[in-house]
Design a binder for this molecule. Sequence first.
Ligand SMILES: Nc1ccn([C@@H]2O[C@H](COP(=O)(O)O)[C@@H](O)[C@H]2O)c(=O)n1
Ligand SMILES: C[C@@]1(CO)OP(=O)(O)OP(=O)(O)OC[C@H]1O
Length: 159
Amino acid sequence: MRVGHGYDVHRFEAGSDVVLGGVRIPHHQGLAAHSDGDVLIHAVCDALLGAIAAGDIGRHFPDDDPANENINSRLLLRRVMELVGQAGYALANLDATLIAQAPKMAPHIDRMRANLAADLAADIDRVNVKATTTEKLGFTGRGEGIAAHAVVLLETTGA
Ligand SMILES: Nc1ccn([C@@H]2O[C@H](COP(=O)(O)O)[C@@H](O)[C@H]2O)c(=O)n1
Ligand SMILES: C[C@@]1(CO)OP(=O)(O)OP(=O)(O)OC[C@H]1O
Protein backbone atom coordinates (compact mmCIF):
# COMPACT_ATOMS: atom_id res chain seq x y z
CA MET A 1 0.00 0.00 0.00
CA ARG A 2 1.13 3.58 -0.67
CA VAL A 3 -0.35 6.87 0.50
CA GLY A 4 0.09 10.27 -1.18
CA HIS A 5 -1.00 13.85 -0.56
CA GLY A 6 -1.40 16.70 -3.05
CA TYR A 7 -2.12 20.41 -2.62
CA ASP A 8 -2.57 23.09 -5.28
CA VAL A 9 -3.78 26.69 -5.53
CA HIS A 10 -4.78 28.80 -8.52
CA ARG A 11 -5.70 32.47 -8.35
CA PHE A 12 -8.72 33.99 -9.99
CA GLU A 13 -8.41 36.20 -13.05
CA ALA A 14 -10.90 37.68 -15.50
CA GLY A 15 -13.09 35.00 -17.01
CA SER A 16 -16.51 33.44 -17.09
CA ASP A 17 -16.02 29.89 -15.78
CA VAL A 18 -13.71 27.51 -13.93
CA VAL A 19 -12.88 23.89 -14.71
CA LEU A 20 -12.75 21.61 -11.67
CA GLY A 21 -12.56 17.84 -11.83
CA GLY A 22 -13.12 18.21 -15.57
CA VAL A 23 -16.45 20.00 -15.02
CA ARG A 24 -16.85 23.51 -16.49
CA ILE A 25 -18.69 25.63 -13.91
CA PRO A 26 -20.02 29.10 -14.78
CA HIS A 27 -18.46 31.76 -12.54
CA HIS A 28 -17.80 35.50 -12.79
CA GLN A 29 -14.04 34.79 -12.83
CA GLY A 30 -11.68 32.20 -14.29
CA LEU A 31 -8.54 30.59 -12.85
CA ALA A 32 -5.10 31.78 -13.96
CA ALA A 33 -2.94 28.89 -15.18
CA HIS A 34 -0.70 27.59 -17.92
CA SER A 35 -3.11 24.66 -18.35
CA ASP A 36 -6.91 24.74 -17.98
CA GLY A 37 -6.35 25.56 -14.29
CA ASP A 38 -8.05 22.47 -12.90
CA VAL A 39 -6.74 22.84 -9.38
CA LEU A 40 -8.58 19.72 -8.19
CA ILE A 41 -7.01 17.46 -10.80
CA HIS A 42 -3.58 19.00 -10.18
CA ALA A 43 -3.85 18.12 -6.48
CA VAL A 44 -4.91 14.57 -7.40
CA CYS A 45 -1.93 14.23 -9.79
CA ASP A 46 0.43 15.39 -7.04
CA ALA A 47 -1.07 12.91 -4.57
CA LEU A 48 -0.61 10.04 -7.05
CA LEU A 49 2.95 11.08 -7.93
CA GLY A 50 3.74 11.45 -4.24
CA ALA A 51 2.47 7.95 -3.52
CA ILE A 52 4.84 6.41 -6.08
CA ALA A 53 7.74 8.73 -5.11
CA ALA A 54 7.75 10.28 -8.59
CA GLY A 55 8.00 13.96 -7.70
CA ASP A 56 5.24 16.35 -8.69
CA ILE A 57 3.16 17.58 -11.61
CA GLY A 58 5.53 20.41 -12.52
CA ARG A 59 8.39 17.94 -12.92
CA HIS A 60 6.41 15.82 -15.38
CA PHE A 61 4.51 18.63 -17.12
CA PRO A 62 6.56 21.87 -16.92
CA ASP A 63 4.65 25.14 -17.08
CA ASP A 64 7.14 26.50 -19.62
CA ASP A 65 6.44 23.67 -22.09
CA PRO A 66 4.16 24.91 -24.90
CA ALA A 67 2.78 21.36 -25.19
CA ASN A 68 1.05 21.88 -21.83
CA GLU A 69 -0.44 25.27 -22.65
CA ASN A 70 -4.23 25.29 -22.09
CA ILE A 71 -4.07 21.51 -21.82
CA ASN A 72 -7.07 19.62 -20.49
CA SER A 73 -5.85 18.44 -17.07
CA ARG A 74 -7.73 15.15 -17.47
CA LEU A 75 -5.08 14.24 -20.05
CA LEU A 76 -2.38 14.90 -17.44
CA LEU A 77 -4.24 12.77 -14.90
CA ARG A 78 -4.49 9.86 -17.33
CA ARG A 79 -0.75 10.10 -18.01
CA VAL A 80 -0.03 10.11 -14.28
CA MET A 81 -2.24 7.04 -13.88
CA GLU A 82 -0.15 5.28 -16.54
CA LEU A 83 2.90 5.89 -14.32
CA VAL A 84 0.99 4.56 -11.32
CA GLY A 85 0.10 1.40 -13.28
CA GLN A 86 3.68 0.96 -14.49
CA ALA A 87 4.83 1.20 -10.86
CA GLY A 88 2.49 -1.70 -10.06
CA TYR A 89 -0.28 0.16 -8.25
CA ALA A 90 -4.00 0.88 -8.65
CA LEU A 91 -6.23 3.30 -6.76
CA ALA A 92 -7.69 2.03 -3.51
CA ASN A 93 -9.43 5.34 -2.80
CA LEU A 94 -9.23 9.10 -3.26
CA ASP A 95 -10.51 11.77 -0.91
CA ALA A 96 -10.27 15.38 -2.07
CA THR A 97 -11.34 18.77 -0.70
CA LEU A 98 -11.94 21.95 -2.67
CA ILE A 99 -11.52 25.14 -0.65
CA ALA A 100 -13.46 27.99 -2.21
CA GLN A 101 -15.86 30.68 -1.07
CA ALA A 102 -17.50 30.35 -4.49
CA PRO A 103 -18.67 28.95 -6.81
CA LYS A 104 -21.00 26.51 -5.10
CA MET A 105 -19.57 23.07 -5.79
CA ALA A 106 -22.35 20.83 -4.49
CA PRO A 107 -24.37 20.64 -7.75
CA HIS A 108 -21.23 19.57 -9.64
CA ILE A 109 -19.61 17.12 -7.23
CA ASP A 110 -21.04 13.92 -8.70
CA ARG A 111 -19.90 14.82 -12.23
CA MET A 112 -16.42 15.56 -10.86
CA ARG A 113 -16.40 12.15 -9.15
CA ALA A 114 -17.50 10.42 -12.34
CA ASN A 115 -14.76 12.13 -14.39
CA LEU A 116 -12.10 11.33 -11.82
CA ALA A 117 -13.22 7.73 -11.44
CA ALA A 118 -13.05 7.24 -15.22
CA ASP A 119 -9.54 8.70 -15.43
CA LEU A 120 -8.38 6.80 -12.35
CA ALA A 121 -9.78 3.50 -13.69
CA ALA A 122 -11.66 3.11 -10.41
CA ASP A 123 -15.23 2.55 -9.29
CA ILE A 124 -16.95 5.79 -8.34
CA ASP A 125 -17.47 4.57 -4.79
CA ARG A 126 -13.70 4.81 -4.32
CA VAL A 127 -13.69 8.52 -5.21
CA ASN A 128 -14.86 11.28 -2.88
CA VAL A 129 -14.85 15.02 -3.56
CA LYS A 130 -16.06 17.56 -1.03
CA ALA A 131 -15.96 21.33 -0.68
CA THR A 132 -15.69 23.88 2.07
CA THR A 133 -15.58 27.63 2.34
CA THR A 134 -13.23 29.22 4.86
CA GLU A 135 -16.04 31.38 6.26
CA LYS A 136 -14.65 34.37 4.29
CA LEU A 137 -11.24 34.07 5.98
CA GLY A 138 -7.91 34.05 4.14
CA PHE A 139 -7.22 34.19 0.40
CA THR A 140 -9.90 31.69 -0.48
CA GLY A 141 -12.40 33.46 1.77
CA ARG A 142 -11.64 36.78 0.06
CA GLY A 143 -12.38 35.15 -3.28
CA GLU A 144 -8.81 35.49 -4.54
CA GLY A 145 -8.44 31.88 -5.62
CA ILE A 146 -9.28 28.23 -5.10
CA ALA A 147 -7.22 25.61 -3.25
CA ALA A 148 -7.50 21.83 -3.31
CA HIS A 149 -6.17 19.00 -1.17
CA ALA A 150 -6.14 15.35 -2.24
CA VAL A 151 -5.18 12.15 -0.44
CA VAL A 152 -4.84 8.85 -2.27
CA LEU A 153 -4.28 5.30 -1.12
CA LEU A 154 -2.81 2.93 -3.70
CA GLU A 155 -2.86 -0.86 -3.60
CA THR A 156 -0.56 -3.24 -5.44
CA THR A 157 -1.91 -4.82 -8.61
CA GLY A 158 0.41 -7.81 -8.50
CA ALA A 159 1.49 -6.90 -12.04
N1 LIG B 1 -17.54 26.30 -2.58
C1 LIG B 1 -18.31 25.52 -1.82
C2 LIG B 1 -18.17 25.47 -0.45
C3 LIG B 1 -19.01 24.67 0.29
N2 LIG B 1 -19.95 23.93 -0.32
C4 LIG B 1 -20.90 23.09 0.46
O1 LIG B 1 -21.43 23.83 1.52
C5 LIG B 1 -21.22 23.15 2.75
C6 LIG B 1 -20.99 24.11 3.87
O2 LIG B 1 -19.77 24.82 3.66
P1 LIG B 1 -19.00 25.42 4.91
O3 LIG B 1 -17.78 26.07 4.36
O4 LIG B 1 -19.94 26.38 5.53
O5 LIG B 1 -18.67 24.28 5.81
C7 LIG B 1 -20.06 22.21 2.49
O6 LIG B 1 -20.07 21.11 3.34
C8 LIG B 1 -20.29 21.84 1.05
O7 LIG B 1 -21.24 20.80 0.96
C9 LIG B 1 -20.06 23.97 -1.68
O8 LIG B 1 -20.93 23.30 -2.28
N3 LIG B 1 -19.24 24.77 -2.42
C1 LIG C 1 -0.21 21.94 -15.04
C2 LIG C 1 0.94 22.89 -15.34
C3 LIG C 1 1.40 22.61 -16.77
O1 LIG C 1 0.53 23.15 -17.73
O2 LIG C 1 0.64 24.25 -15.27
P1 LIG C 1 -0.44 25.09 -14.42
O3 LIG C 1 -1.74 25.00 -15.09
O4 LIG C 1 0.09 26.48 -14.25
O5 LIG C 1 -0.61 24.38 -13.02
P2 LIG C 1 0.27 24.18 -11.72
O6 LIG C 1 -0.58 23.67 -10.65
O7 LIG C 1 1.02 25.45 -11.40
O8 LIG C 1 1.23 22.97 -12.07
C4 LIG C 1 1.90 22.37 -12.95
C5 LIG C 1 2.11 22.83 -14.34
O9 LIG C 1 3.33 22.47 -14.78
